[in-house]
Write a protein that binds this ligand. Structure first.
Ligand SMILES: CC(C)(COP(=O)(O)OP(=O)(O)OC[C@H]1O[C@@H](n2cnc3c(N)ncnc32)[C@H](O)[C@@H]1OP(=O)(O)O)[C@@H](O)C(=O)NCCC(=O)NCCS
Length: 196
C-alpha cells in the first residue's frame, strides 16, 4: 500500500473509510447497469438523479440519528479503488443490527476473490469499530457470486424472501443471510501490525 489511513489490510487489498475523493467514482459504479443491475432497477431515473452519494460521507463515529452509515472503500496494492462496501444500521441505538451491501467496481488483472476478500475485511472492521453484533442482508437467489461469497464468509441462511428484489429482469426471490459477531472468523490470516 502506498497510502496511509487504512483501517485494515488483507493479502491483496486495504480497506478505509470513504472520502470526498471517492464519491464520483463510486457514484459511477452504483449507476453502471453492468456493475450494479440491482440498484439500477430499483431506482427510477428521477430518483437516481437526485440520490446524493455524498450522503455516504455521514460521519460514523458520531451517531447522526436513526441511520448510521459505515461506508468503506477497498484499494489494491497501488492505492486504486476496487470495491465499495456500505453498512447501514436502521434501528437506532444501540446499533446491534446492520445491513450490508458490496459492489466490486474493478478487478486488478481480472483477479478472482475480490468480493470475498474485501467483504471479509469490511466485516472485520464493522465488528471491531461499531457496536454491531449481527450483519444481515437479502441476496437474490440467482446472484450466484454473492451467495457463494456469503457462504465462504460463514453466513447462515435464515429464510427465504419471496419476490423481494426488483430488477430489470423481474422481481427476484431472495435468501436472507446473516453472520453474528460471536461466530465471525476472518477466512485468512492478517498481520495484526498492519492495523493503523
Ligand atoms: C457479489 C460480488 C460482491 C462478489 O464478488 P466477486 O469478486 O465477484 O466474487 P469472488 O471472486 O469473491 O467469488 C465468490 C464466489 O462466487 C463465485 N463467482 C464469482 N463470479 C461468479 C459468476 N459470475 N457466476 C457464478 N459464480 C461466480 C466464485 O467462483 C466464488 O465461488 P467459490 O468460492 O465457490 O469459488 C460481486 O460479484 C459484485 O459486486 N456483484 C454486483 C453487486 C452485487 O450483486 N452485490 C451483492 C448484492 S447482495
Amino acid at each position: 500500500m502506498t497510502q496511509e489511513g487504512y483501517l485494515l489490510r488483507g493479502p491483496r487489498f486495504g480497506i478505509r473509510r470513504i472520502q470526498e475523493r471517492d464519491i464520483d467514482l463510486i457514484g459511477g459504479w452504483i449507476f453502471d447497469p453492468e456493475l450494479s443491475p440491482e440498484y439500477i432497477a430499483r431506482a427510477d431515473p428521477e430518483e437516481a438523479e437526485q440520490m446524493d452519494v455524498r450522503a455516504l460521507l455521514t460521519p460514523s463515529d458520531e451517531d447522526p440519528g436513526p441511520f448510521y452509515f459505515l461506508a468503506l472503500v477497498a484499494d489494491d496494492a497501488v492505492g486504486e479503488q476496487v470495491a465499495f462496501v456500505n453498512f447501514l444500521s436502521k434501528n437506532g441505538p444501540p446499533h446491534y443490527l446492520w445491513e450490508g451491501e458490496i459492489l466490486v467496481g474493478r478487478r486488478p488483472d481480472g483477479a478472482k476473490g475480490v468480493g470475498t476478500e474485501v467483504f471479509a475485511l469490511a466485516i472485520e472492521v464493522l465488528f471491531s469499530e461499531t457496536p454491531a453484533q449481527k450483519l444481515w442482508g437479502p441476496i437474490a437467489t440467482d446472484n450466484t457470486a454473492s451467495l457463494r461469497m456469503a457462504e465462504r464468509l460463514g453466513f447462515k441462511w435464515e429464510g427465504f424472501l419471496r419476490q423481494h428484489i426488483p430488477m430489470a429482469s423481474g422481481v427476484k426471490d431472495a435468501r436472507l443471510g446473516s453472520v453474528l459477531k460471536s461466530e465471525w472468523e476472518l477466512p485468512f490470516k492478517l498481520d495484526r501490525e498492519e492495523h493503523v
